[in-house]
Ligand binder design. Structure first.
Ligand SMILES: C=C(OP(=O)(O)O)C(=O)O
Length: 290
């Protein structure tokens, strides 16, 4: 089964759909967001992704008043959440820039008003962050948009995943295996969940949302059949902000896309054949039986 995001079809043996997750790595700066869109486009990614919150709803209550040192001075966690949100005009600027660079853009809405906000901007898909997998009100609002929904499964039990899929349905669903640690240690990647999810939800395309350092684990995910790969991107891993350290810098994203395409061409079709290019080595090396 395949899903569609804008003009791209995902799954069914097509090249893996590469999502460059800008998330909050724009640090509230539209110019930085546009530079990250350029990084994604130059690397050959298919889409850029953001996170959209209504801070007074999406921020857990026990986190709101915790003080945080930020580049803009000391503020509460809630104030910080407001500081890194874009308004409608800023998203229009971002959307125009993504379209100009030939990229789809969408976001993970972290609350129901954010779904309406993104719908109004005409996004082609929505993402459910792992943290939102148990928010059935949000899932219902997303299901009702009729758009493709990408569901990340980090920090979730199989029962919680089953319940989320009961709400969303399987028709326009792209499932993403994920482990929600930043950065993720290889021993907790559990990539065999990719075939396990495929088996549990037949016909649902399964991808991978990664938070590891480096490229190997995301590339192995593609070798295991992931139909989409999402990675955070940044201009500089040492920048201030919680996701930069587990992000890919521009060269890392370029190498990711390049290596995914090499792996896809190397996977072949599983039908044994003798290649034309093997004939000369065969003539030289294989003894003709007496
Ligand atoms: C946090 C997010 O996703 P994931 O759980 O895949 O990291 C997100 O999309 O906002």
């Amino acid at each position: 089964m395949t899903v569609t995001i804008g003009s791209r079809v995902i799954g069914g043996g097509r090249p893996a759909y590469v999502i460059a997750e800008i998330g909050l790595n724009h640090n509230g700066d539209v110019e930085l967001a546009k530079r990250l869109i350029d990084v994604a486009a130059d690397a050959g990614a298919d889409a850029v992704k953001f996170q959209k919150r209504t801070p007074e709803i999406a921020t857990p209550e026990h986190m709101r008043d915790i003080p945080r040192e930020t580049p803009w001075g000391t503020m509460t966690y809630l104030e910080y959440r407001y500081r890194v949100e874009f308004d409608r005009d800023q998203y229009i600027e971002i959307s125009d820039h993504a379209m100009l660079r030939g990229l789809e853009w969408f976001a993970s809405p972290w609350d129901e008003p954010s779904v309406a906000f993104l719908e109004d901007l005409g996004v082609h898909a929505h993402k459910v962050a792992s943290a939102s997998l148990t928010d059935h009100g949000l899932l219902r609002a997303l299901r009702d948009t009729g758009k493709t929904v990408i569901l990340s499964t980090g920090m979730s039990t199989m029962d919680e995943i089953d319940a989320a899929i009961d709400v969303l349905g399987t028709e326009r669903l792209l499932l993403m295996h994920a482990t929600s640690t930043y950065p993720m240690e290889p021993g907790e990647a559990n990539l065999r969940m990719i075939p396990a999810l495929r088996e549990r939800f037949p016909g649902v395309p399964v991808g991978y949302s990664g938070h590891e350092r480096g490229l190997q684990i995301s590339l192995a995910a593609v070798a295991l059949g992931a139909v989409a790969v999402e990675r955070h991107i940044t201009l500089d891993r040492t920048m201030w902000g919680s996701d930069h350290a587990a992000s890919l810098e521009p060269t890392g994203l370029q190498h990711l896309v390049r290596d995914i395409r090499v792996i896809e061409s190397a996977l072949g079709d599983g039908v044994k054949r003798v290649y034309q290019s093997e004939l000369a080595p065969m003539a030289k090396l294989r003894r003709v039986p007496a």
